[in-house]
Design a protein around this ligand. Structure first.
Ligand code: GDP
Ligand code: MG
Length: 166
């Protein structure tokens, strides 16, 4: 088993239900370390890139609205965890995609639901594989937003406008 990093998103349905504390407690029992965390207002571009593998699905448009927070609150908590076998450990505690099929002791089993419109409100995202974890972490975080990164990074000169306090 190897040291891995994985992307976790606490989704807008979990945020509006004030479940952050409960979910972080469950994740903290998995013997992995937080190396990055931020609240994100998800843009359409980020949502579509994150879920680009599901573009052909009939639920794609609803999924994009859901992760952008159109049904709940326009925020997600994005986290990167690092540790031995982190990807599988997190997928296990997160539970099955369909909230009704998720085991009752998992996060989705406890806090997920399916709406009468058929939208999966499953509270949390966890990367599926090493390849996906790397792609997702690089999509959501810059290298200097992580206290530790297992992926190579380089310094480049960037000229850009930045928002500062006035
Ligand atoms: P995950 O890796 O367990 O999150 O599952 P997938 O990668 O297959 O799907 C990504 C997300 O799309 C899920 O977490 C759900 O939010 C949503 N999703 C997946 N399948 C369905 C579906 O059949 N219907 C709806 N409405 N949403 C779905
Ligand atoms: Mg997935």
């Amino acid at each position: 088993m190897t040291n891995e990093q994985t992307l976790i998103l606490i989704k807008p349905d979990a945020l509006i239900k004030s479940l952050i504390g409960n979910i972080l407690t469950e994740l903290s029992e998995m013997d992995v370390d937080i190396v990055g965390a931020k609240i994100v207002k998800v843009s359409k571009e980020l949502a579509e890139d994150h879920y680009r593998n599901l573009k052909e699905k009939d639920f794609f448009d609803e999924l994009i609205k859901y992760i952008m927070g159109h049904y709940h609150t326009k925020r997600v908590l994005a986290l990167v965890y690092e540790g031995e076998d982190a990807i599988n450990k997190m997928r296990k505690i997160v539970g099955s995609t369909h909230p009704e099929e998720a085991h009752p002791t998992t996060i989705r089993g406890k806090y997920g639901r399916i709406t009468s419109k058929g939208i999966f409100e499953n509270a949390i995202h966890a990367s599926e594989s090493k390849k996906e974890a790397e792609r997702e972490i690089k999509l959501w975080f810059d290298p200097d937003e992580l206290t530790n990164t297992i992926y190579p990074a380089k310094k480049v000169e960037v000229k850009k406008q930045e928002l500062v306090w006035s």
